[in-house]
Design a protein around this ligand. Structure first.
Ligand SMILES: Cc1ncc(C[n+]2csc(CCOP(=O)(O)OP(=O)(O)O)c2C)c(N)n1
Ligand SMILES: [Mg+2]
Length: 502
């Protein structure tokens, strides 16, 4: 299922787009070089992480997205923020903890987002957790009819977290329009990939979830763009999710404090010869996409822009001290309105265009296991069987026995067709989904002639939710004491409790 992306451009880029890719990669590099200088001048608050040598990954993948799409960048994806339209001043001020930064100086690095305009989910430090979060964003977008794709990145190290696997499992089972880029830069702190996982290609992890994946040279921006674009297009067409492993190299230590002496020199030398910007400059020249004048013009523009942005950041004040106690709890500042692209009635029962009922034909195999609710794991060698007419119902939801004629017809057919024939019969058992027994439509249906909820509440005296007063553990009857405190006084209710705990 994993494919290597080496084929020629399927997604042709225009000259302007080619130059855009150069502009963003170089902007990414120059911005970070300036931040290294600021770090050495003690003007950066907190750590500084470098994406030197990885610019093609952030830029090439994010460039494949549309404005409406969503990203959640990691610390080495500053290039993606730039492609999404975040001004360099936001990145400078954020790292310098200035009052003018997106978090008003309260948080550092790239820990900021823009939910309203640029569709950026703020990253968090817990590696892997953005995968289920962005899967949720992708699912929400589909529900709202927005035709969006959600994309995030994960490092080689982060691909071993539980959240990575839980998230991919969720994305796969929901067929979420979600693209995950595994940024394999060979190192997780001081651990090389080979010491961390016993497989050659991290893209192979997609196969465990039935997710198609690709491997691409992460230092070739055009190849990265093509692989990402293909993944994004597939997702948008409803065939997602997709996984892309980009092979690249972290050309610095984990952060500024780390000289990376554990990395063999030969490894740095090899990857230095494959610098993504140098490679791309060569590509642009050989393919006559630009000339020296075009390059100088872009380089000068970057210099000019960064001068202005850096000055703005350096001249900005630090936050006032009293800000520390503001915005600790959300006071409505994050209210996000759902942006519906289709009528709410279309996705709301009973008019929903999607039938909230599973039929057995929707289940992977029309097998006994499917009917009884099992997943067939107990006997994987078992061949699919058609439903015998006398199958006892496994639950109240499966009251209708499968009709004998369907089973008989099925016997004379090849297995895969037999399942289809039986399943298409409108009288086959259906598994209610999303409709509980309290559902009005269910209660009034012929399946429930007495109009009773199938599961009623237990009579009060049998309830476990509220114990009779004398047996309650949550409130002690006043006359009973729970013992004595250190001063020899019986424990009493804390007077503060009367106003509510604080
Ligand atoms: C769940 C979790 N475990 C551990 C860490 C600490 N940590 C931060 S970065 C890092 C290394 C990550 O390596 P990798 O995923 O390869 O990303 P890279 O730094 O190479 O971009 C670790 C272990 C964390 N942030 N979250
Ligand atoms: Mg890594």
């Amino acid at each position: 299922m994993t494919q290597s992306v080496t084929q020629p451009a399927t997604q042709q880029l225009t000259r302007a787009q080619h130059l855009d890719l150069y502009y963003y990669m170089q902007l990414n590099r120059q911005l970070e070089e300036r931040m290294v200088r600021l770090f050495r001048q003690n003007k950066i608050v907190g750590g500084l992480y470098s994406s030197l040598g990885q610019e093609a990954v952030s830029v090439g993948t994010c460039y494949a997205l549309e404005k409406r799409d969503w990203i959640a960048p990691m610390i080495r994806n500053i290039g993606a923020l730039l492609v999404k339209g975040v001004p360099p001043r936001d990145i400078f001020t954020q790292h310098m903890a200035k009052f003018t930064s997106p978090t008003l100086g309260k948080d550092g690095t790239s820990h900021f987002g823009d939910l309203k305009v640029r569709h950026i989910v703020s990253p968090i430090s817990m590696l892997g957790d953005l995968i289920p979060v962005m899967t949720g964003v992708a699912m929400a977008g589909r529900y709202l009819g927005q035709h969006i794709v959600a994309l995030t990145w994960i490092g080689d190290g982060g691909s071993s977290t539980g959240a990575f696997h839980e998230g991919l499992g969720l994305a796969a089972s929901q067929r979420a329009p979600f693209v995950l880029i595994i940024e394999n830069n060979q190192w997780a702190y001081s651990t090389p990939v080979s010491r961390q996982v016993p497989i050659q290609n991290l893209a192979d992890r997609g196969a465990a979830y039935g997710i198609a994946s690709a491997i691409v040279d992460g230092n070739d921006v055009v190849a990265v763009y093509q692989a990402a674009k293909e993944a994004v297009d597939e997702c948008r067409a409803g065939r997602g999710p997709r996984l892309v492993e980009v092979k690249t190299m972290r050309m610095r230590g984990h952060a500024q404090h780390d000289p990376a002496e554990y990395v063999p020199k030969e490894m740095f030398d090899y990857w230095k010869g494959r610098d993504p910007i140098t490679l791309y400059e060569k590509y642009l020249t050989e393919n006559k996409i630009w000339d020296a004048a075009a390059k100088s013009e872009i380089d000068a523009r970057i210099e000019r822009e960064l001068d202005v942005e850096q000055k703005f950041a350096e001249d900005s004040p630090l936050p006032p001290p009293e800000l520390a106690e503001e915005g600790v709890y959300c006071d409505g500042c994050h209210k996000i309105e759902a942006d519906w692209k289709r009528a709410k009635s279309e996705v709301s029962p009973p008019k929903s265009s999607i039938d909230p009922t599973w039929r057995l034909k929707d289940l992977p195999a029309y097998t006994q296991a499917a009917i009884t609710g099992g997943n067939g794991a107990k006997n994987p060698a078992q061949k699919p069987v058609t439903v015998p007419a006398a199958t006892p119902p496994a639950s109240p939801a499966l009251q209708k026995p499968a009709p004998a004629p369907a089973a008989e017809r099925a016997e004379s057919q090849p297995e895969h067709l037999a399942a289809g024939v039986a399943a298409e019969d409108p009288t086959v058992p259906r598994v209610p989904f999303g409709r509980g027994p309290k559902d009005k439509a269910f209660r009034q249906s012929s399946e429930n002639p007495q109009n009773k909820p199938a599961y009623s509440r237990a009579p009060k005296e049998k309830s476990f939710s509220r114990a009779p007063l004398e047996k309650s553990f949550s409130k002690s009857p006043r006359q009973k004491s729970f013992g004595k405190n250190a001063q020899g006084k019986p424990f009493t209710k804390n007077p503060q409790d009367k106003q509510g705990r604080r």
